[in-house]
Design a protein around this ligand. Structure first.
Ligand SMILES: *[C@@H]1O[C@H](CO)[C@@H](O)[C@H](O)[C@H]1NC(C)=O
Length: 370
């Protein structure tokens, strides 16, 4: 047997034991060098009656943040009144969108993920996991459809977006052409490689595919000088860089290999990138990433979503965000290793010395003072 197979088989044999006995310490991901276990100090901002603030964006006036939640709404934080107000929706069919978290309703109610404001027009662009790209004006309300299909096929899992206002172009990710958002675990475990980085030209209304064959295409972020765009590939724990300008235009390369599963990427004013990790990569997810056949077997095990998730994230919930420089090198690692106040971070947005932290699996936002 090849070493990969032996590791794989051993991991598989160990799986049933882990499931039965909750061996937390054996499941635990390795410690990341230079990690600072400080994130538990974050202030927690509770969303009342809402769940899963995935992306965070401030508008052109610096107000907000705005965030998309699991019932399909986009909320706005009004700091002066210390409360969240309803701002926008992507679905007009919202009569039954009353539960804060209802996976079975996401395709009807919408599930806004990546949010970005256009700095010139003030419009909010929304990557809705089920309903495609939408845009809404600065007064909010019902957003308009922008891109919902490609070559006659509906987008299945639109995930994140960034805007180049000068070129009048949007870059966005479609995580999979097979799996919807609520099946994200199946996408990761099955080794699905149908994710794409796409481009929408606002002047010609043309959609093009820039990169395909990605294993769960996720966060999208342009560099400060717009010379490249980053795309997170969640299932392989990587970030790719695609050059948009200069001698390497059109070429892509691996920008960074990460110790966990990347979600959204957000640039700070210095041009560095904050990458939110859904979780670190423990021994079992490491074996799955290296041997996709293990994931396919794990999918068939008689264990539920919670147990599967527990195995993949390495047991104990935790929070990890990583700052990369423009060369893709890790320059800072902030964590809540024990998951005391934060877990499963989906996005880290830096503004005025504070890091605003979203999560698809909590009913709150974290605000950490850098
Ligand atoms: C809401 O649910 C009711 C009862 O199941 C159904 O009759 C109705 O058509 C639903 N409304 C929408 C807008 O889907």
């Amino acid at each position: 047997m090849k070493p990969g197979l032996i590791h794989g088989a051993a991991a598989l044999a160990a799986l049933s034991i882990f499931v039965a006995f909750n061996f937390n310490h054996l499941l635990a991901p390795p410690i990341i060098p230079q990690s600072q276990d400080f994130l538990h100090k974050a202030e927690i901002n509770h969303l009342i009656g809402a769940f899963g603030p995935e992306s965070l964006a401030f508008d052109a006036n610096g107000d907000g943040p705005y965030t998309g939640v699991a019932d399909g709404r986009i909320l706005k934080w009004v700091g002066a009144e210390r409360r969240w107000i309803d701002f926008a929706v992507t679905s007009s069919n919202r009569e039954n969108c009353t539960r804060p978290f209802a996976l079975d309703m996401e395709h009807i109610c919408g599930r806004p993920l990546g949010l970005r404001f256009d700095r010139k027009t003030g419009d909010l662009y929304i990557a809705d996991a089920y309903l495609g790209l939408h845009v809404v004006g600065s007064n909010g309300g019902l957003a308009s459809k922008l891109v919902t299909e490609f070559e006659g096929k509906p987008l299945v899992f639109t995930n994140d977006i960034d805007i180049d206002e000068d070129e009048n172009v949007l870059y966005f990710s479609d995580s999979s052409t097979i799996f919807q958002r609520r099946q994200f675990m199946a996408s990761v475990l099955s080794g699905d490689r149908t994710g794409r980085l796409m481009k929408y030209d606002r002047s010609t209304k043309e959609v093009t595919v820039l990169l395909k064959g990605l294993a769960f295409a996720n966060g999208v972020a342009l560099s400060k000088d717009r010379s490249f765009v980053l795309i997170a590939e969640t299932s392989t724990c990587r970030i790719h860089r695609l050059w948009l300008k200069g001698s390497k235009t059109g070429q892509s390369e691996i920008f960074s290999e990460l110790p966990g599963f990347p979600d959204n990427i957000r640039r700070n004013s210095e041009g560095e990138f904050w990458v939110a990790l859904h979780s670190k990569k423990g021994p079992i997810s490491h074996a799955i990433v290296a041997n996709p056949w293990i994931g396919k077997i794990v999918l068939r095990l008689p264990i539920n979503f919670k147990q599967l998730h527990y195995l993949l994230v390495g047991g104990k919930p935790h929070a990890t965000v990583i700052k990369l420089n423009e060369n893709g090198e890790i320059v800072k690692v902030l964590e809540d290793c024990e998951g005391k106040s934060l877990k499963f971070i989906s996005e880290a947005e830096e503004k005025d010395g504070k890091l605003w932290l979203g999560s698809v699996l909590t009913p709150s936002i974290g605000v950490y003072s850098l």
